[in-house]
Design a protein around this ligand. Structure first.
Ligand code: HEC
Ligand code: HEC
Ligand code: HEC
Ligand code: HEC
Ligand code: HEC
Length: 219
């Protein structure tokens, strides 16, 4: 086992160090340019300039098969809002991350064989932060432990509503930047080979000291 781990580490080391520094999406887990089914195009598995999929309203020229799964959603007796089925950007993310739709099902192709592995949230979202509900001034007032999204700065330049909500709604994209603008170093931006620590730079801002959580939660 120890020998296996050693070999694995060397293989990974070679893998990591042989990859030149990328920016944003490049050399992230959303960069499929190395896969034969992407045509070497970084945007194509998710976007197309023409004949986009309009199933999900307000989606950005979508080119990936959309999930049709039914989901179990987060509930709790202390929640003021009542999340329904995933909508908007969350539904786009879940079109790979619920594990029901193949990652390589894009541009109308539906016979894919590649599925998410460790990034599989499954269709049971009861153990995930609630998404797809309106986060309004009224909700903040009713809750008492949330900042007013219309007036509270997100730390990214505008208010929480401007920068983190999709038409006033909480979505996966309220916390994650799928294009990974914060990563300027490719693999090593997130994986520290010396310490073995992995962080997710796909978040809009660092969550050190729970900074991301404390952007919205007044705790
Ligand atoms: C793995 C899927 C994926 C890939 C690859 C991807 N995107 Fe996106 N993109 C999304 C999702 C999901 C959204 C909606 C969520 C958001 O805006 O963050 C989005 C939103 C956008 C938007 C509209 C919102 C905004 O940020 O302005 C633009 C423009 C965009 N993408 C451009 C691109 C370009 C250009 C590429 C290739 C360099 C690319 N994307 C690659 C998934 C992807
Ligand atoms: C085209 C398929 C696809 C779409 C669409 C997609 N992802 Fe992913 N994502 C992946 C794959 C593949 C991985 C690697 C993990 C795995 O294989 O299980 C990944 C990894 C991740 C990771 C962990 C690595 C990292 O960058 O920190 C996060 C977080 C993530 N995705 C969030 C999102 C969010 C949020 C959206 C929507 C805004 C989204 N993804 C849309 C395929 C996708
Ligand atoms: C409230 C903020 C928030 C929301 C909303 C959110 N995430 Fe995350 N997500 C995080 C944080 C923070 C991490 C990093 C966790 C860690 O490093 O322990 C993470 C990690 C991940 C990972 C990495 C693998 C894992 O399980 O740790 C994936 C994939 C992912 N999120 C996908 C999604 C998708 C898809 C959605 C929407 C259904 C979503 N996230 C909604 C904050 C959020
Ligand atoms: C934006 C951040 C980010 C980038 C960039 C990134 N990773 Fe990851 N990677 C993650 C996260 C988050 C995980 C999940 C770690 C966990 O949950 O323990 C992960 C997991 C992995 C795993 C373990 C998967 C498994 O099966 O358990 C490997 C291998 C890996 N990454 C390799 C790479 C390589 C190679 C690159 C560059 C091409 C890369 N990563 C770029 C965030 C990133
Ligand atoms: C973009 C804003 C935003 C961010 C960032 C955010 N949250 Fe939330 N969170 C909310 C909103 C809005 C609710 C719904 C509260 C309600 O309806 O009572 C919520 C709900 C929750 C709940 C459920 C509360 C209950 O009563 O069951 C928990 C726990 C939680 N968030 C923890 C976190 C943690 C931990 C983080 C950081 C990883 C985080 N949140 C990041 C906005 C956010």
């Amino acid at each position: 086992m120890k020998r296996f781990t050693g070999i694995l580490t060397s293989v990974l080391l070679i893998f990591f160090t042989s990859i030149s520094f990328g920016q944003g999406l490049l050399n992230s887990h959303h960069d499929f340019t190395g896969a034969s089914w992407s045509g070497g195009e970084v945007c194509l598995p998710c976007h197309t300039p023409h004949n986009a999929d309009m199933t999900v309203p307000d989606s950005p020229l979508w080119n990936h098969e959309v999930t049709s799964a039914g989901f179990q959603v987060y509930t709790s007796s202390t929640m003021n809002s009542t999340p329904g089925q995933p909508t908007g950007h969350s539904k786009l993310c879940l079109s790979c991350h619920d594990g029901t739709v193949a990652v390589d099902n894009h541009s109308g192709f539906t016979g894919g064989t590649q599925f998410v592995t460790w990034g599989n949230l499954t269709t049971d979202l009861r153990d995930d932060h609630p998404i797809s509900f309106e986060y309004s001034t009224a909700l903040a007032t009713a809750d008492g432990g949330l900042y007013d999204p219309a007036t509270t700065p997100s730390g990214l330049g505008g208010s929480i509503a401007d920068d983190l909500l999709q038409g006033g709604y909480m979505q996966c994209s309220s916390c994650h930047d799928v294009h990974i603008g914060r990563n300027t170093q490719g693999c090593v931006g997130c994986h520290n080979m010396a310490t073995g620590v992995t962080i997710s730079l796909s978040l809009w801002k660092s969550n050190d000291g729970s900074a991301l959580c404390l952007t919205c939660h007044d705790k």
